[in-house]
Design a protein around this ligand. Structure first.
Ligand code: FUB
Length: 455
């Protein structure tokens, strides 16, 4: 064999090996069909739930009317749970469904959010409550929990069982929450914003420290962290640590420098399945910017002394923390990357994927097909005949494993189940569901499931 041919073959083999063995990584931003902002992750029962705001399309201000919930078992595929809480949940709220955080206590989920009130025209903190991490949430109090004209609540239950709610821009305050999580003892305490605690800002005599907004307070291995949006504008992400929940705080430096074409940023940090994850937002989607933001995630490791390394925004995100089982029913709105699709509330509960045109697709990452699938079953609805769902592996133009024809079911929410034979895929790989047909909207898809030897 000529030397050049040999090297070409070695290079091709290396590319193939890399393609097959490279760990599946998330695609940032993690949601592509709407703009999302102000991430607040919560780990519960083996899933990470992600609470976000929703920037309206084409927005030229922080025009935000609802919050959204997403969840994942692997940090790469995210299920859309829709909007279980909005401004309408709080009869006293006028506008600005901005940055909040949810926490679980005794089987109930409490979601603290800032909104501008009808009565005062100033921000106050409300609390939604639900029996499920995905809602629906109702107004726990029928009035604000605290009101001092400031925003961005973060909530923490520390190892003693005491819950704290911190919030603020331009100040930073906290209250000690009672175990009902909807009342507090003592007054509102202001945390001294010293340069030793929160770094030095230059050029703004009214704001001598770097602390701007968006605090994310948590306890880990006995150390208390306050990660926050620093300086304005553009913001970067910085952090401070303390030996206790009320300080004294020591400034520790930058977590994420100013990057990513949004002049705000917002931190959220959790440990999940053995890794540590940093959520943030940027303007990375088409049409994205300071008021059309998108949430993204990076994996990181704390240093041995508990400090946080400096992180960089990426388009690849973290590797998969788990595989996805295709032999159990999977919601169509569980997506690593969606191209052209949207989601909506389904008449069968939860959400479905819809507004699908020819060539649109859904990518699902790190799917464990094992020895191989032989059938593909999916729940679909359509008002046109002749469209289909193609099952492909590895890429949207990768090997075609099978094709399911979708009939006219008589309505976009008139559901039927269709099955077709598939030849594989095998092993663990990325799955692409590619939609085909004529002009206009083709079909809606609610869920899918494979069957066969690998199951
Ligand atoms: O999303 C509206 C506001 O922008 C949030 O409350 C701030 O943290 C900033 O991200």
């Amino acid at each position: 064999m000529a030397k050049r041919q040999l090297w070409t073959r070695i290079a091709l083999a290396a590319v193939l090996i890399l393609a097959v063995t490279a760990p599946a990584r998330a695609d940032n931003p993690i949601v592509q069909h709407i703009y999302t902002a102000d991430p607040a992750p919560l780990v519960h029962n083996g899933r990470v739930y992600l609470y976000t705001g929703h920037d309206e399309d084409g927005s030229t201000w922080f025009t935000m009317k609802e919050w959204r919930v997403w969840s994942s078992s692997d940090m790469v595929n995210w299920t859309d749970h829709g909007s279980p809480m909005s401004l309408a949940t709080f009869s006293w709220a006028k506008q600005d469904a901005w940055a909040g955080q949810a926490v679980e206590r005794n089987g109930k989920f409490y979601w603290y959010v800032p909104v501008v009130t009808k009565a005062t025209g100033r921000p106050a903190i409300g609390v939604g409550v639900s029996d499920s991490p995905t809602g629906p949430f109702r107004d726990a109090l029928g009035r604000p929990l605290v009101e001092n004209g400031e925003i961005d609540p973060t909530v923490m239950i520390d190892s003693t069982g005491q819950a704290y709610l911190y919030w603020g821009n331009p100040n930073l305050s906290y209250v000690r929450l009672n175990t009902d999580m909807t009342s507090y003892s003592g007054g509102i305490t202001r945390i001294p914003l010293t340069t030793a605690g929160f770094g030095t800002r230059t050029g703004d005599p009214n704001r001598p420290t770097l602390y701007e907004e968006g605090p994310w307070v948590y306890q880990r291995n006995g150390l208390y962290y306050n990660v926050f949006a620093a300086k304005c504008c553009s913001e970067f992400i910085a952090y401070s640590t303390a030996p206790g929940p009320t300080g004294p705080w020591t400034y520790r430096g930058t977590v994420m420098p100013t990057q990513g074409s949004s002049f705000t940023n917002h931190p959220g940090i959790v440990d999940f399945k053995g890794g540590s994850y940093f959520f943030y937002h940027n303007g990375a989607l088409p049409g994205g910017g300071g008021f059309t933001r998108s949430v993204a995630v990076e994996k990181f490791s704390y240093r041995s002394d508990g400090t946080i390394p400096q992180l960089t925004m990426s388009t690849s995100g973290p590797p998969a923390a788990d595989t996805l089982n295709p032999y159990v029913r999977q919601e169509a709105e569980t997506i690593a990357w969606g191209s052209g699709i949207e989601t909506e509330a389904s008449s069968e509960g939860g959400m479905n994927v819809g507004f699908i045109n020819n060539g649109d697709y859904i990518k699902v990452k790190n799917v464990a097909f094992g020895s191989g699938a032989t059938t593909f079953t999916t729940r679909v609805a359509s008002t046109v005949a002749g469209s289909s769902v193609e099952v492909r592996a590895d890429s949207v133009s990768g090997p075609l494993a099978g094709r399911c024809t979708v009939p006219n079911t008589g309505g976009w929410q008139t559901w039927t189940t269709v099955s077709c034979a598939v030849n594989g895929p095998t092993g663990t790989r990325d799955l692409y569901l590619r939609f085909n047909g004529g002009n206009g909207y083709l079909l809606n898809i609610n869920w899918w499931q494979f069957g066969g030897a690998g199951s």
